[in-house]
Design a protein around this ligand. Structure first.
Ligand code: DGY
Length: 330
């Protein structure tokens, strides 16, 4: 019996690989460094399916180089690295992994928010550098109060919702701005919908959870940063390019806002000489929003199940372009 061929572009949990191997001939990219665009094209040249990562750019030219490709299964909720329109035109199913990572990513949003507000990383560094000479000083290391403050959520999808719920748990007033208003969530959890302007001007903490699209590229730029309170802290776990990095650096430098917690950056990885890394009021993490053992394993298993379903001509659990089902008659 014909076994479809599958390429997996990064190491994933072994049980996810086993699941794929039960149904397909599998090849795994051996290195930690991602394949270059040319290597990716060569890897996908003859396969029926692929499990890919957010750093693998699947554009027109990669799809041209992969004439047998029927299924792309992304290990992420964000899809900005894939030309979905082009995949859809070619009847290639695209799977992704929403839901299973929402809670862990929201946990990290709070870790970043608290770290910047209460100067956790900065003071830890100070201790390690041997500066803790006075046991306790009433005026040292003052930060921002989190409880009782206003949390503004931009984008109330799965991760935004979980972050908003955590804000309520911290006794914060939570306001949100999203493409779609969610009155049921407002009623259930007590958040309030607000205009973008209100979120920007009234929030003490702003947490970004919008996908990167042509409309949200530099969604937060110099103008938006100027509208924020000088005491505001910006948290980004969405995509680096949703924020204009240069404008953010200027705003932090000039004290237009008080701090930032960034799990994503534009570009990624952040160049070690980037001036933003010289600022004490910024915490930068290496894109680890969903990096708990549990969430990552769930993501890998879901991506594997999406892939196998697509290769077997079935509907996926999570499909980003379900209109392809119609053309495939499934
Ligand atoms: C996502 O899911 O989009 C994350 O950025 C990768 O874990």
């Amino acid at each position: 019996m014909y076994k479809p061929r599958v390429y997996v572009t990064r190491q994933i949990f072994p049980d996810a690989l086993d699941l794929i191997e039960n149904h397909a001939e599998l090849e795994l990219w051996p290195d930690e460094e991602p394949p270059s665009p040319e290597q990716l094209k060569a890897a996908l040249a003859e396969v029926d399916g692929a499990i890919i990562n957010v750093m693998d750019r699947i554009d027109h030219s990669v799809l041209d180089a992969a004439p047998n490709l029927k299924v792309i299964s992304q290990v992420a909720v964000g899809l900005d690295n894939i030309d979905i329109q082009e995949a859809t035109k070619r009847d290639i199913l695209v799977g992704y992994t929403p839901g299973v990572l929402a809670k862990s990513t929201a946990d990290l949003a709070f870790a970043l928010l608290l770290a910047v507000a209460r100067r956790v990383v900065e003071s830890d560094k100070w201790v390690r550098e041997g500066n803790w000479k006075i046991s306790h000083h009433p005026m040292f290391w003052l930060g921002s109060e989190v409880n009782g403050s206003t949390l503004g959520i931009l984008g109330l999808g799965g991760i935004g919702l979980e972050t908003a719920k955590r804000g309520m748990g911290f006794d914060m007033k939570v306001i949100y701005h999203s493409r779609t208003r969610k009155p049921d969530m407002e009623k259930k959890h007590g958040f309030k919908y607000a205009s973008l302007k209100r979120v920007l001007t009234e929030s003490d903490f702003i947490s970004i959870h919008v996908p990167l699209t042509s409309e949200t590229h530099h969604f937060i730029g110099a103008k938006q940063l100027k509208m924020m309170k000088p005491s505001a802290i910006l948290v980004n776990l969405a995509r680096g390019a949703v924020v204009d990095t240069e404008a953010l650096y200027e705003a932090l430098l000039k004290g237009q806002i008080a701090g930032a917690g960034l799990d994503v950056f534009d570009p990624e990885p952040v160049p070690p000489e980037h001036p933003i890394l010289g600022l004490d009021n910024v915490v930068v993490l290496p894109h680890i929003g969903s990096a708990s053992n549990q969430s990552r394993r769930e993501m890998h298993l879901l991506a594997a199940r999406n892939l196998v379903a697509g290769l077997q001509g079935n509907r996926m659990e999570e499909c980003a372009n379900p209109t392809v089902y119609d053309s495939l008659g499934i």
